[in-house]
Design a protein around this ligand. Sequence first.
Ligand code: BG6
Length: 484
Amino acid sequence: MVSRVIPVDPFDLVIFGGTGDLAKRKVIPALFRRYCAGQMPEGARIIGAARSEHDAEEYREFAAESIREFSPGRGCEDGTLEGFLSRLDYVTIDAMGEDGWEELASKMTEDRVRAFYFSVGPGLFGALADKIHAHGMATPEARIVVEKPFGNDLATAKELNATLATHFDEGQIYRIDHYLGKETVQNLMAVRFGNMLFEPLWNSQYVDHIQITVAETVGVGGRGEYYDKSGAMRDMMQNHLMQLLCLIAMEPPARFEPDAVRDEKLKVIRALGDVLPHHLVRGQYDADADHPSYREAVDNPRSKTESYVALKTHINNWRWAGTPFYLRTGKRLKARSSVINVMFKDTPHSIFGEEAGRHANVLSIRLQPNEGITLQVTIKEPGPGGMRLIDVPLDMTFAEALGEEGGDPPDAYERLIMDVIRGNQTLFMRGDEVEAAWAWTDPIIAGWEARGDVPKPYDSGSTGPRDAELLLLRDKREWRGITP
Ligand code: BG6
């Protein structure tokens, strides 16, 4: 299968925090792969900007190393690296002072898309926005790209939105949630709205409940300082799992266009019910033979921050009233596995008698790894001797169905950065969406803080705390396994 590359016009992309971790691991390798794919037109330029003193040559060396480390051998011909590096430039800049700004402004090309990637802490967003404006770079073609964490609660998210709005319209602000750039997450919409099969059943009349699991095997690694102030609720639930929930639950937008899609997602977030204290489980991983415990990893022996969270919620609208949504995410779990399970109801009556057994249909959408879709269907157990029913998977692994291309989907950042250049905001969060997500999250966090809840310990390599199992068992349900 040949992938279609849609050309874009020449652009200037400035990466603030150009020598930082995100630029190194994600942004530069993603740009390189788009270059290899032939999507970076002649004249497109990438300008790293950071406080450290470098010249353009040193920055190219930094980029070359980042590509060698984080994008090894991704189908690029010999010589392409040099071609890509020749597009790179660097400016030493002081976000809070005047150094470097005139130089940066002089490097901008007139009348073309200019994207400013804020790959820096939110504390600098305001200063950067002011400087871009003060130096005449905030033209109508300017776009700014910001990463999570977008605030720490509703109040700080509102402040950030207000800060950015001083110099930029909502149509120029691209808030990244990299889950939206994942190929399979976009597939959620294709599956739901590109097939007649599912949509008529997609409601509380036919769906018993929905499970969303984002399980990771990694721990907090070297990010302890950030993570211990954040926890799984702020780091994953408020954004990535919320986005998955929206895509699974939203009404069909009239068109696949930015505001049509985001309006529908916003309605889902606003219809979310409160999460009762006994519908919430927080956990913290223990040490195992090879890894430190969460508290050791963040160097805070008394930490009450959760590395795992599971909860039950409802969407209070016509389509979903009565269908619970169970969401869980955690670190140091048994396997890396992100999957959405749509659990259908039992058939209303078994013509074969209860002794034949009954199996409800399950639609599993595997987001990563082993991306694909499985539909669990009931058939007759082979052989003579009566009618016994078993369930078997109708399985589609994208790698098999799509060949090479399905097995090696582009990284989320490739898609998202190119969407910024194209000016397509469909896969970016709108300001009101982020605020609504915090408005739902804040009281949950305030609740456990007021109660003084301490997260439950769980074994590294397990499926999480036992209480999370009970959350479903109490409802006579069970989590699907966490398997790679
Ligand atoms: C990030 C979180 O947003 O997403 C990390 O800050 C998490 O804690 C990561 O590990 C997971 O992303 P992915 O793409 O590896 O599933």
